[in-house]
Design a protein around this ligand. Structure first.
Ligand code: PMP
Length: 429
């Protein structure tokens, strides 16, 4: 099919709510490691990675070879029969996740993972109320949309009974109009205020992304989660770290984002980068929390042999190629390059992120911080024209999101920074 045929059929046969990037959509054809090609033969350096999912490169042979072998051996049996691959993956996850996390439930997406975690927290604690964060994103189901606090994703008849939202630790646009560190991290205290005023006074859980991705790569201050953890425990809740974006090495040094804040969560949810593009969802819990699940549950495809092989192979590549260190090193190099661009272009209000999860918040004026969504779109298109794929996010659609594969090198960063430089120079606002 040609580019135009694909775009026309997409418009004719798919839900329009699934929006596409670019005025002329990019019809993807194939990928190899850090590159993607469109059907017209153009090659792109991919610095969005299928929304933080391509963690070890497109079609990485170390992963695909194992997937192919498994597809030919046994593709599916459902979870009523155990198999070697699901237990091997679960054992590996118990090894790499922090603290006492040990027992896994596998499903197919981040949405299901967050649903499972909330359901389990309600059973484990006997409490119902859940506190999430404004600017957060949790997925596309009714519950996940209720947890999400981003209006454009909530126009779906959402009735959020039992879910409250505390303010986001969004320092650049502090909701409390304070400045760090003089603020004393007052946003963390808002979790207590939220519990006292909008819940029954006892909570099932606090659920938050360690770095708010869709919200625009919002990185909480270093004290934030420790303070919140103490509050959550005081009110009987479990601490759920949503690592759908920040997990599996994305932030460098550690496997999971929450480890940077030195908090041991009661549950972690994962998806995206965990299996390098094979659909997967994970809720991992401490044994006592996992064992408190009442009755039965099942996910037909959850942890099927192919998915389990893909996830374990991805984790092994991250381990064998020492990618946690690579992300730390190359991420720091990338960050320097981005800060260099910020010096040059006043439109870049803030550079933020950890490891290879970075964001640029674009503003019309650094003093007023008025968001610049049109310029963000223009920049996205210019980067594409120059051979680089980047993402966007933020409540005001003015944050450029950057999340290349974890195994890129400094030379890839040099190319990306050069293209971004050229693209920023052409943005007309
Ligand atoms: N949690 C977070 C933090 C996410 O970013 C996403 C997806 N963007 C989800 C949950 C939902 O994941 P999925 O799209 O796989 O259902």
């Amino acid at each position: 099919m040609t580019h135009d045929e694909v775009v026309k059929k997409h418009k004719d046969y798919l839900f329009p709510c699934v929006s596409l990037y670019y005025t002329k959509p990019l019809v993807a054809d194939r990928g190899s490691m850090q590159y993607v090609w469109d059907v017209e033969g153009n090659r792109y350096l991919d610095f969005f990675g299928g929304i933080l999912t391509i963690s070890v490169g497109h079609c990485n042979a170390k992963v695909t070879s194992k997937i192919k072998a498994q597809v030919d051996r046994l593709q599916h049996t459902s979870t009523v029969y155990p198999n070697e691959h699901i237990v091997a993956l679960a054992e590996k996850l118990a090894e790499i996740t922090p603290g006492r996390l040990r027992k896994s439930f596998f499903c197919n997406s981040g949405t299901e993972a967050d649903e499972t975690a909330v359901m389990l927290a309600r059973m484990a604690t006997g409490n119902f109320d859940v506190v999430a964060l404004r600017h957060g994103y949790s997925g596309h189901s009714l519950l996940a949309k209720s947890l999400t606090a981003h209006s454009s994703y909530r126009r779906a008849g959402i009735v959020s009974v039992g879910i409250s939202h505390a303010v986001s630790p969004y320092c650049y646009r502090c909701p409390l109009h304070l400045t760090y560190p003089g603020c004393g991290v007052a946003c963390a205290e808002d979790v207590e205020e939220t519990i006292r005023t909008t819940t029954s006074g006892s909570i099932a859980a606090f659920l938050a992304e360690t770095i708010q991705g869709v919200g625009g790569v919002i990185v909480p201050p270093k004290e934030y989660f420790k303070i919140v953890f103490t509050i959550v425990k005081k009110y009987g809740g479990l601490f759920i770290a949503d690592e759908v974006q920040a997990g599996f090495g994305r932030t460098g040094k550690h496997w999971f984002g929450i480890e940077h804040w030195e908090v041991e969560p009661d549950m972690i949810t994962g998806a995206k980068g965990m299996a390098n593009g094979t659909p997967v969802g994970l809720c991992i819990a401490t044994p006592e929390v996992a064992d408190s699940f009442k009755g039965l549950t099942i996910s037909t495809f959850g942890g099927n042999p192919v998915t389990s092989v893909a996830a374990k192979a991805t984790i092994e590549v991250i381990e064998e190629e020492r990618l946690l260190e690579n992300v730390d090193r190359v991420g720091a190099y990338f960050r320097k390059g981005l800060e260099g661009l910020q010096q040059k272009y006043p439109i870049i209000g803030e550079v933020r992120g950890l490891g290879l999860m970075q964001g640029l918040e674009l503003v019309k004026d650094r003093n007023t911080k008025e968001p610049a969504p049109e310029a963000t779109n223009q920049f996205l298109g210019l980067c594409r024209d120059n051979g680089l794929l980047v993402g966007k996010g933020g409540l005001f659609a003015n944050v450029i999101r950057l999340s290349p594969p974890l195994n890129i090198q400094e030379s890839d960063v040099d190319v990306a920074i050069e293209i971004m430089d050229k693209s920023f120079a052409s943005v007309r606002v």
